[in-house]
Write a new protein. Structure first.
Length: 534
């Protein structure tokens, strides 16, 4: 029997979980209840449970600290967190500690049962604790999933031809589709703060799959596949169940929106493609679901969007993109981040005011960023990072929940890259100046000339004189004089050399000229400086 510890500061919650769980049929037993974190930690040491179901917030030692300390004591201990708080950070941190699932308050029997079943099955797999019949069933299930996924990847997302008939489709890919309606749905997870990766993302995808699979019996056959921040569903159902399917989509959406209780900042959208009467239409249904997904940028997500309800909208137009490219090029040419920001802000405002479709707006912004990267690349400002920057932008853009966020991302990323290019250009231009200064600092005691230093850094004297003054704010001779006077001050302060010896040590042949120059920059003669500061 798997031992389960319940931990919640509300006694009634512990009792409710105990009452709802089908413990005996799942081969589990509740070994105890704790009502604060310290008590739970003590009971974990004493009882050595296999699973702890704990509230994310408790007095004494909250759920996160409990998980961390318990994992140190018992690394293989499994946790399920209970949350009724709109605190993204708590759920995110818990997942980083290795929590594999969560339950939302108020706790429902079917969700608790499904969670416990998954934990029991995972435990049995880890400990080879299942019968040969169950092993065979799971093996067949995995094979069917792989076959179906290959159909989804190669035929619907790829270019491979769809099987000609229903029997061929079922035979090759393990489906049980029947004549009726064929439809693709797409559940998209967006993040208002751009966070969706690692274990956190995997937990959210599993939760979406759990919710969808609860409604499998509504359909003749269905299959679900995850990709990045999306879950796709291939649905087949009888025409008389059309309204029931639409109702199911709304029920799924309600369940998805409840997940915001644990993951504030996450936005879920369910997009339903067109209803086709032939499996050959699944590719078109998928395309229309993607169109509906784009529309969430305009009409906002967090709801069901039916492809059949969308009306045609204009695209951005090549003329607009070409004008934007010219305006961006003008900003890049003069290295003006503020001008680029104004240009992109105006472009975004025009997109939002022009009634452009969501998918068209997304494509236009992605295309605009690509053109901007090409501008930087052609100017030698991007190095080898073009594909890296494009991939990073695409990943962030895919999580934007609305058009305003997408426009803001374009503006932020493009301006940041131009500012970086401006800084790099300034550093590159300053490199000859730094080399010239280093040369003068090494040779100031010699009769250094402008021709000599210019030749050292690879410029002609006339150009370098202007270049040096532009970047330093002072001319070549003035800088050299300041350098020599600075070194003279050190010698007068720190050595016993007489003024004539100091004069020669810093590169002057004439003591009178040295005295005049020294007084010009310090206000006193060398001998007076020594009296004041030695």
């Amino acid at each position: 029997m798997l031992k389960v510890l319940l931990a919640d500061d509300e006694v009634r919650v512990c009792r409710l979980v105990q009452a709802l769980g089908e413990w005996e049929s799942l081969g589990m037993e509740v070994c105890g209840m704790a009502h604060n974190g310290l008590e739970a930690l003590r009971m974990i040491e004493e009882e050595r449970p296999d699973l702890v179901i704990t509230d994310i917030r408790m007095p004494g030692c909250d759920g996160l600290e409990l998980i961390s300390r318990a994992k140190a004591l018992q690394p293989g201990l499994q946790f399920v967190i209970i949350s009724g708080y709109r605190q993204f950070e708590y759920a995110q941190s818990a997942i980083k500690y290795g929590v594999g699932d969560y339950l939302l308050k108020p706790i429902k029997k079917d969700e608790l049962t499904a969670t416990l079943q998954k934990i029991r099955q995972a435990y049995d797999l880890r400990h080879a604790n299942i019968t040969k019949a169950e092993q065979l069933r799971l093996h067949m299930k995995e094979n069917l999933y792989r076959l179906g996924r290959s159909f989804f990847t190669n035929c619907l997302l790829g270019e491979e031809e769809l099987p000609a008939g229903l029997s061929d489709l079922n035979g090759r890919y393990g489906f049980h589709f029947a004549p009726g309606i064929f439809q693709v749905i797409l559940v998209k997870i967006d993040s208002a703060d751009g966070r969706f990766d690692g274990e956190e993302g995997r937990v959210m995808i599993r939760k979406v799959l759990d919710i969808l699979q609860k409604y499998e019996t509504v359909f003749t056959d269905c299959a679900f596949y995850e990709k990045d921040s999306r879950v796709y569903g291939l649905l087949n159902y009888a025409p008389e169940n059309e309204k029931k399917a639409d109702k199911t989509f709304r029920a799924v959406m309600e369940s998805l929106n409840m997940q915001k209780t644990a993951f504030a900042g996450m936005i879920f959208t369910l997009c339903a493609g067109t209803k086709e009467t032939d499996p050959q239409g699944l590719r078109e249904s998928l395309r229309q679901a993607a169109e509906a997904l784009g529309q969430r940028l305009i009409s906002l997500g967090g709801r069901v969007i039916q492809a059949e309800d969308l009306s045609p909208r204009p695209d951005c137009g090549e003329k607009t993109l070409a004008q934007l490219a010219r305006d961006m090029a003008a900003a890049v040419e003069v290295l003006a981040p503020d001008k680029l920001r104004e240009t992109l802000a105006a472009f975004g405002a025009a997109l939002q005011a022009g009634g452009v479709g969501g998918r068209a707006a997304f494509d236009a912004i992605r295309e605009s960023f690509g053109r901007f990267l090409l501008l930087l690349q052609n100017q030698g400002m991007l190095g080898q990072r073009t594909e890296e920057e494009r991939a990073a932008f695409d990943a962030d853009a895919d999580l934007c929940p609305d058009l305003a966020g997408l426009v803001g991302l374009l503006e932020e990323q493009a301006v940041k890259l131009l500012e970086r290019a401006v800084e790099q250009r300034a550093q590159e231009e300053a490199r000859p100046v730094r080399a010239a200064k280093a040369y003068m600092q090494a040779h100031y005691m010699e009769p250094v000339t402008l021709d000599e230093v210019s030749a050292h850094v690879g410029f002609n004297a006339s150009y370098f004189s202007t270049f040096f003054k532009k970047h330093c704010g002072t001319g070549f001779l003035e800088y050299l004089s300041e350098l020599r006077v600075s070194k003279a001050k050190e010698l007068l302060r720190d050595t016993d050399l007489n003024v004539t010896a100091v004069c020669e040590a810093v590169g002057y042949a004439d003591v009178k000229h040295f005295n005049r120059t020294f007084k010009k920059y310090t206000g006193v003669k060398p001998s007076e400086f020594r009296k004041l500061y030695s």
